[in-house]
Write a protein that binds this ligand. Structure first.
Ligand SMILES: Nc1ncnc2c1ncn2[C@@H]1O[C@H](COP(=O)(O)OP(=O)(O)OP(=O)(O)O)[C@@H](O)[C@H]1O
Ligand SMILES: [Mg+2]
Length: 282
């Protein structure tokens, strides 16, 4: 029988253990870990993508994954809500505990995992439905019994979209601008009250103004949620994250490129404080 993931038991944080690569870390004693990633490796069709990742992700903080293209940031992020289960060639090894429960235990329902651990993608992906239904539909299929009008308004207010769309709720979500669509997708995700939001380069398709709005939103969201965000923009990571995990690619004995964790710690100890707001990508 499937079991849902319990909400209690935050674990005391434990920091990166040494693998083949040198890892420096600074222990945030005050932040319990919500995810405990232990020796996680992922292959696609037997080709290694990431190897031997040990990482604790602090609860109710923003953690940024940074590193060069192909180093496995998205792969690791997808491990956190079992999205890699949907890629037939992907094989995940090691252990990931979410609130002290093994996310990959046979008794855990991956659909329930994805409800509790929501995901925002690089390209906004609203349903081809009205703005209202983008939020109401997901909530309804997840068994929401409350007042849908109130939920729609509250979710849109939380992402600072309500004032822009309150008179056009029946308009298609696809008719919004890219930045508005991304905020709609975040509203849709938070309407089902997840515990964690995973974001894979959520601003990379957006203009600078929309990017700043999403960054402000992430800052607000961390009051309620744990956020893990992949970004190529070092200044964005500096602005919005409390912790940073820095990944790199190295070549294995078999000649494959494979990602590994290089460093994890408080962002202000790892990244320089941004002095200007223009993006610096890596
Ligand atoms: N669905 C897939 N099938 C096969 N190989 C994949 C798949 N997804 C990722 N990979 C491979 O796994 C490795 C890590 O890819 P991943 O997309 O996780 O990196 P990334 O750090 O997110 O890169 P980027 O910054 O470009 O998004 C790469 O070598 C990539 O080619
Ligand atoms: Mg990626």
């Amino acid at each position: 029988m499937n079991r849902s993931i319990e909400k209690n038991n935050p674990m005391p944080i434990r920091y990166a253990e040494p693998s083949n690569h040198e890892i420096s870390s600074e222990q945030p004693a005050d932040s319990p870990a919500i995810f405990r990633i232990e020796n996680v490796s992922v292959d696609y069709s037997n080709t290694p993508a990431i190897r031997n990742i040990f990482l604790d992700i602090p609860q109710q903080q923003v953690t940024a994954f940074i590193g060069s293209s192909g180093c496995g940031k998205s792969t690791l992020l997808r491990c956190l809500n079992r999205m890699n289960d949907l890629i037939p060639t992907a094989r995940v090894r090691g252990r990931i505990a979410f609130r002290d429960q093994d996310l990959y235990a046979k008794t855990i329902d991956p659909v329930d995992v994805r409800r509790r651990i929501g995901m925002i993608f690089q390209k906004p992906n609203p349903f081809p439905k009205s703005i209202y239904d983008n939020i109401a539909f997901g909530a309804q299929i997840n068994g929401y019994q409350g007042n849908l009008d109130a939920l729609v308004e509250q979710s849109l207010r939380q992402v600072a979209l309500w004032d822009e769309v309150k008179d056009s709720l029946r308009k298609s979500g696809l008719a919004l601008s890219g930045g508005q669509q991304q905020r709609l997708c975040i509203a849709r995700a938070i309407a089902i009250q997840p515990q964690v939001l995973l974001m894979d380069e959520p601003c990379s398709a957006l203009d600078p103004i929309s990017t700043l709005r999403i960054e402000e939103l992430i800052h607000e969201l961390k009051r309620q949620y744990t956020v893990v965000i992949v970004t190529h923009n070092m200044q964005q990571a500096s602005r919005i994250s409390d912790f940073t995990a820095f990944f790199n690619v190295s070549t294995t004995e078999t000649g494959n490129n494979c990602g590994h964790l290089v460093e994890f710690g408080r962002t202000k100890a790892i990244l320089p404080t941004p002095s200007r707001k223009s993006p610096v990508n890596m």
